[in-house]
Each structure stands twice: as structure tokens, then as C-alpha cells.
Design a protein around this ligand. Structure first.
Ligand SMILES: [Fe+2]
Length: 275
């Protein structure tokens, strides 16, 4: 096995591990690497949809997306498709998946099916480091605070994207989570807000909440907290959705990445209620 760090902040590209091997020892190794590096990348895996599902089940019960229609015959998988002429793609600003749920996603396993020649890399940011390096005064203000996270409704997940289809659910959801959560496996503190879904810090007036959240969102985007993965086909990313933010870059411009399809298969594993 070889572990190559891809930035100083987080992320490792792993070779010499077969993701179709769901033995306890192989899974324990993958999970140990995941907790250490927060996001793992594997190239040339050639795993099937069933292999991807079996691996995901090792982490825990699978999660159904509240808005997006899954793949035919594979209710566990969402196929994320960017059409050739779409400039936007799913998940295109910093966020952590479904933080508006009571129990947001624990881990995501994303497999690349079709990748444009250039454009559409995925970036990740380390929210443990973001917490550690946060301004002391802000840290004090956040002590024991919670924030409200809201889903943006089905339109934000489906209507905006030509190739994504909804499952018929049009409701909006909100839930409250601690602003700083403790990782259930590592015990580390994590800055748990994100600019996509976090709307307001509770027990604070709106103006102060807006100011602090804007300050935090800027801090979370610091490039020295991040890593960036350039996809190839048949690659797999596994990330800890509790301790990271991510975004799919939308650098699809005429004469370069525009004009090509991008297809990914996503499986989400259900997390626990943040504490
Ligand atoms: Fe996402």
C-alpha cells in the first residue's frame, strides 16, 4: 500500500488497496486512513455499482437523498450528471452534504464514470484545522451556540440542473446543530457551519449572526486548509462529511472544459446527530 499526501491540510491518494474487498481487515484499514486524512482518493478501481454499495454498507446504513431521484435499479445511488453544455454542476459552492438533516451524512463514496478533459475538480477543506485556527474572540462567542441549517428546497437540487431529476418531494427542512461539534470517532472539535445551508446562529441578533457567519465562511475558505483532486475515470473519493467541506469547481469554459459530460455515482452513509 502507498499513501501519498496531496496537500498539507488533508487528503491522501492511496494505491494498493482494492475497494471491492469488503473484509473486516480491509474496511478497518480504509476507515483508519479516512479518519487520519479525511478524504481518500483511489484511481483505476473499476469497481461495479454493487461493489460500491457493499463498501458503503461497511460504514453503516445508507441514506436516501430527500430530493433527488436515484439511479434506476440502484435506489442507493444518485447519478450526478452535468450535461455537455451546462456551465454549472451539483455541489458547486462550499458545503457539507445535507447539514439540514437531523442526522447529516457520515461518509460519501463518489465514483467517477465520465470526466471532462479539463475542469470540474473537487476541493475539500479541513474543518478541524478551521476550528483550531479560528480567532479566539469568535471562538468565545461561539461557545455552546447552535445554528439553524435549512435545505434550499427541491429546486436548488433539481430544477437548476438539466440532467438531475427530483423524487417529487418539494418540502423544505430546517434543523439545529451545534456550531462546534465533536467528532464521534476522533473526539476532535469541528467547525460545523457552511455557507450553503447555515442560515443563522441562535440566541444572537440577526446582524451579529450575519457578521460572525460571514467572517467564519471567509475563514473556512482559506486555501491552506484545502486540497484539490483532479479526477480521472474510474476513480473513487471517500470523504468524512462530518469534518470537511467540499465543492465541485465549475470551471467549464468555452474551448476548454465546456462541451463535455461529467458523470459521478454518489452513495451516502447516514451519520449521527451532531453533538
Ligand atoms: Fe456535496
Amino acid at each position: 500500500m502507498d499513501v501519498k499526501l496531496i496537500s498539507g491540510a488533508l487528503g491522501a491518494e492511496i494505491s494498493g488497496i482494492n475497494l471491492a474487498d469488503t473484509s473486516v481487515s480491509n474496511f478497518n484499514l480504509i476507515n483508519k486512513l479516512l479518519l487520519e486524512h479525511k478524504v481518500l482518493f483511489f484511481r483505476n478501481q473499476n469497481i461495479t455499482a454493487d461493489d460500491q454499495i457493499s463498501l458503503a454498507k461497511c460504514f453503516g446504513p445508507l441514506e436516501k437523498h430527500v430530493y433527488v431521484k436515484p439511479r434506476e435499479n440502484y435506489p442507493e445511488i444518485i447519478r450526478i450528471i452535468k450535461g455537455p453544455n451546462e456551465k454549472h454542476q451539483w455541489g458547486e459552492t462550499w458545503h457539507t452534504d445535507v447539514s439540514y438533516n437531523v442526522k447529516p451524512t457520515k461518509v460519501i463514496i463518489l465514483r467517477s464514470v465520465k470526466i471532462p478533459p479539463v475542469g470540474g475538480d473537487t476541493m475539500f477543506s479541513n474543518m478541524e484545522i478551521a476550528y483550531e485556527t479560528l480567532d479566539k474572540e469568535i471562538k468565545n462567542k461561539l461557545k455552546n451556540k447552535t445554528a439553524i441549517h435549512s435545505s434550499l428546497g427541491a429546486a436548488a437540487f433539481v430544477d437548476k440542473y438539466e440532467k438531475m431529476s427530483g423524487n417529487g418531494n418539494m418540502d423544505e427542512y430546517s434543523n439545529i446543530h451545534p456550531v462546534v461539534r465533536t467528532h464521534p470517532e476522533t473526539g476532535k472539535k469541528i467547525l460545523y457551519v457552511n455557507s450553503m445551508y447555515t442560515k443563522k446562529i441562535n440566541d444572537m441578533d440577526k446582524k451579529e449572526s450575519d457578521e460572525i457567519l460571514n467572517e467564519i465562511f471567509k475563514h473556512q475558505e482559506r486555501l491552506d486548509f484545502t486540497c484539490r483532486f483532479k479526477w480521472t475515470e474510474n476513480a473513487v473519493a471517500i470523504w468524512d462529511n462530518r469534518s470537511t467541506l467540499h465543492q465541485g469547481l465549475t470551471d467549464f469554459f468555452p474551448g476548454k472544459g465546456l462541451g463535455y459530460e461529467r458523470i459521478m455515482d454518489r452513495i451516502a452513509i447516514e451519520g449521527d446527530k451532531p453533538h
